[in-house]
Ligand binder design. Structure first.
Ligand SMILES: Cc1cc2nc3c(=O)[nH]c(=O)nc-3n(C[C@H](O)[C@H](O)[C@H](O)COP(=O)(O)O)c2cc1C
Length: 257
């Protein structure tokens, strides 16, 4: 089993890396797992320039030629991906945010259906929930619901009680992650993921504004991969889309009402 850990700390081997190493150790006790560490501070991943070409025209139109495509390829060749970040001012680090921005086309055209994800954050004490909540949105990249792991590293030596708490969280999250990795490959999507599909499919109809999405969704009718969707989920999603369309009635192009 191949796990790719994407480390978003500018320090590299700091607290968040140490927790990831503990995850690796614990997973290795369950099965022979190969971990690869990708330090965002060391790769050539330049700042997003905001042209939006990746979303509109397609990722091959990104004007920046750097390691972005190679990183995506590494992700696609893994069974599991761990997104690792320190909490900076109640959110992910700038390195992790830029990484997400540079792959923002994946929110429109998800592709990580053969991978499961864990999101891991460390903090001095505050902002863990906000950081993990933000990273959990990566479920719509195709992973489905992600496993979260947060650990606290205060600026002073950790008490024995805190060490026990952190370790308990690591053990629990590793077990859940392992279960996910061994579970159903292409499960029926959760409501969030299904709603995401329906919205993206709907907006992709506007070919002249979103040509890359239009091409991507034209042969996808039920979901991104063949799977049976519960009729109740379908009906509820249709109703929620109708309500959302009404509330956002001034947002569409003038000719699409
Ligand atoms: C710029 C910066 C901002 C930070 N913001 C927060 C914060 O909002 N809340 C918090 O509890 N800790 C904060 N911290 C502390 C780090 O989240 C904490 O030390 C983390 O474990 C560092 O991980 P690392 O060693 O992997 O880089 C901040 C640290 C830095 C350098």
């Amino acid at each position: 089993m191949k796990i790719l850990a994407i480390i978003g700390s500018p320090k590299g081997k700091g607290n968040s890396y140490k927790v990831t190493k503990e995850v690796e150790e614990k997973m290795n006790g369950m099965e022979d797992v190969t971990f690869e560490y990708l330090f965002l501070k060391d790769v050539d991943l330049q700042m997003c320039r905001g042209c939006f070409s990746c979303v509109i025209k397609g990722e091959n139109f990104c004007p920046i030629k750097d390691d972005r495509a190679e990183i995506e390829d590494k992700m696609l060749k893994s069974d599991g991906i761990i997104f690792v970040t320190p909490c900076y001012c109640q959110n992910v680090s700038a390195l992790m945010k830029n990484f997400i921005d540079r792959l923002s086309y994946v929110f429109h055209r998800p592709r990580f259906f053969n991978q499961k994800a864990m999101v891991l954050a460390t903090t001095g004490g505050a902002g863990l929930k906000e950081t993990l909540d933000y990273l959990s949105k990566l479920e719509v990249w195709g992973f489905g619901p992600v496993i979260t792991l947060g650990a606290i590293y205060p600026p002073w030596p950790a008490s024995e009680g805190l060490k026990i708490k952190n370790n308990k969280k690591i053990v629990g999250s590793v077990e859940e992650f392992y279960k996910k990795l061994k579970g159903q490959k292409h499960p029926s999507p959760g409501f969030n993921q299904y709603m995401h599909f329906r919205f993206m499919k709907m907006t992709s109809d506007m070919k002249e504004y979103l040509p890359a999405d239009n091409e991507f969704y034209k042969d996808k009718n039920e979901f991104f991969y063949p799977v049976k969707i519960n009729p109740f989920k379908k009906g509820l999603a249709s109703l929620m889309i109708k309500i959302a369309m009404f509330m956002m009635r001034d947002m569409g192009p003038e000719e699409v009402k």
